[in-house]
Design a protein around this ligand. Sequence first.
Ligand code: SAH
Ligand code: SF4
Length: 397
Amino acid sequence: MPRMVTLLQTAAPVAASYIPNDTRRSLVGLSREQLAAALADVGVPEKQRRMRSRQLWHWMYNRGVTDFALMTDISKDLQRKLDESFVVARPEVVTEQISSDGTRKWLLRLAPDEKGARHEIECVYIPEEDRGTLCISSQVGCTLTCTFCHTGTQKLVRNLTAGEIAGQVMLARDRIKDWPADLEANPQPPSSGRYITNVVLMGMGEPLYNFDNVKGAVEIISDGEGLTLSKRRITLSTSGVVPEIVRAGDEIGSSLAISLHGTTDEIRNKLVPLNKKYPIAELLEACRNYPGSSNARRITFEYVMLKGVNDSVADAKRLVQLLKGIPAKVNLIPFNPWPGTQYECSDWDTIEVFAEVLNNAGYASPVRTPRGRDIMAACGQLKSESQKVRASERGKD
Ligand code: SAH
Ligand code: SF4
């Protein structure tokens, strides 16, 4: 059974970089072109804009610098102008929790939206021996209502901006001390040389319902002169928004994960109601057409193990049939319970039998060890406290 972990530390709120009533605009999340346009707004002459935006880009995204005064190749005069009009913002850390297994979860508060509301999101870092995965959110809440997902009990509040999505990676690098200068100063590199090696869009929200902002964020995260994580190491997880899947392959180019969870439309309709709109056959057809997938770059199929619902040997055999012809790997996820849920996690023996059917058919099917359960940081447990909907209201969604 998954090992139990205990909560080591709940940090007091960490000093906020957010300044109340600060109307300066954040530069985080702007593309190179938008950055050049922002420089034009503060009077940088056209012939200097490319060079200046390259410098700014490097300081913000590659070095993690937030203070214009530290950007030493930018003139004092321009530093001052930038500081008058702009900030290099991060989401504000409300709490930081560290699990006994090293998993960290941040509750983050966003800058006010146009109505002045300050929403909260969660972001989780999961260290492993050979990698460190950062799980980021793409929306506050979710429009979809998957019945086993805690986020699904919260209505969509709003899409995150590209800056708020990429900002989670930047904030995590701040907190873990994962910027190049930090790693030089404290050379205890994990085997891969940095702490965050992979980013997964598996936090709150459906990334393909926030396409443009997710695309903008992935461009910054994967930019060779930006946050420098290759697109291969960025995985977008979708519940199956079929029309956007192929488009994502063409325009975003990240790795793809599909939340399958059911092997018949009847079961999947109950677990992932979006299946009624885009049934399994259409979803798998979109996967077959996903640009860039190959045996070297497989599509991940996520499958949450729910006791007595989708965990029989017949389900496992049907899953093998469904995946035929798709370069696929399967991630079996033990269900992570949350208060008020109607589901239970499958027994460990059942999960092993299920995995064995997949293994015998040639699918490596690692069972994802639940991480950070003590701090409600595991898959599907994410939901900011401020947005709680009572469990009894859930059925009405
Ligand atoms: N909306 C996207 C990405 C966020 S959910 C999607 O659905 O793919 C990330 C993953 O966590 C999905 O595979 C989702 O099905 C899974 N998940 C949600 N709730 C869970 C829970 N309670 N236990 C285990 N996995 C869960
Ligand atoms: Fe939304 Fe994904 Fe949760 Fe479904 S599993 S409700 S799509 S976040």
